[in-house]
Write a protein that binds this ligand. Sequence first.
Ligand code: AHM
Ligand code: MG
Length: 341
Amino acid sequence: MTQPSSPVSLTRFLIEEERADHISADLRLLIEVVARACKTISIAVGKGALGGVLGDAGTGNIQGEAQKKLDVIANDVLLEANAWGGHLAGLASEEMDHSMPIPDVYPRGNYLLLFDPLDGSSNIDVNVSVGTIFSVLRCPEGVTTPADEHYLQPGTAQVAAGYCVYGPQTTLVLTVGHGTHAFTLDREVGSFVLTTRGIRIPEETREFAVNASNQRFWEPPMQRYVGDMLLGNQGTRGKDFNMRWIASMVADVHRIMTRGGIFSYPLDSKCAPKGGKLRLMYEANPMSFLVEQAGGAASTGRQRMMEVQPSGLHQRVPVFLGSKAEVETAVRYHAEHDAAG
Ligand code: AHM
Ligand code: MG
């Protein structure tokens, strides 16, 4: 008798990944805990003004950015959820100056968790999609109290990465190195349900995402690259392009996961002294892992993102990611410019 096909919950999916030897029991617990925290954040985001969660917190973070109330709430939710389970050695967040070892009162595990608790903060108060991004690394052998330096591992060392987008639907997108999969929150049941197994990003695209107001500050190869896209079928690209910019990386990347495209936050003369706008460890690297596992590509414009050797917890980098052939084209523009001297 054929069994009726039933929805696959995140819990079941993770148990099956563990049985397939793709993840350890501790990593399964870690992902479950992060997913539970994302549900709590999703509820807070959804309440908006009714929950008194909109507006500024009146504080700033290490990046010199004003924190929103929801930045602080989401950070606290993730810290509290992950402190006591015994699966982590330490955590690091966009909202905290330094990493934090798990307090001595709890057992310490073998993993390090990095996150941007609420990405796209400028969109919170205007009711546009925001998200959470996370990356999981192994704690180096023999380290019991991890410090910032122990997190400085390239993206290729990640054992899991994901994001949760809080939009019309709440969707968790996850990789443990065996494809990229999407889970939609069933709000009535309160659990994430597998809705796309094995996301594939189309190789080619006609859609790009960039904050075009920075155009005059861009480097020459970026000026040329976007200039050629804007010329459309009258220029060397030979096809017309469309543009989208949500200003929430999570939402822009989720669109690319769904229908392809290229997302770019390039180097510009305003952010050049800092190395870029977006952060390597908890924005660019986890997104790059997810995108590569979905058949896409991710680069700084000059180097594969996941091969960048990090030098700081809050290090910033230029970002190009999405449809493989289009990212390769952007990289080619940079290579041609650099080769010409
Ligand atoms: P945040 O983590 O402080 O929210 O900043 C990151 C965000 C990304 O989500 C988004 O792609 C970018 O900053 C938008 O920047 P801009 O406002 O310059 O367009
Ligand atoms: Mg962010």
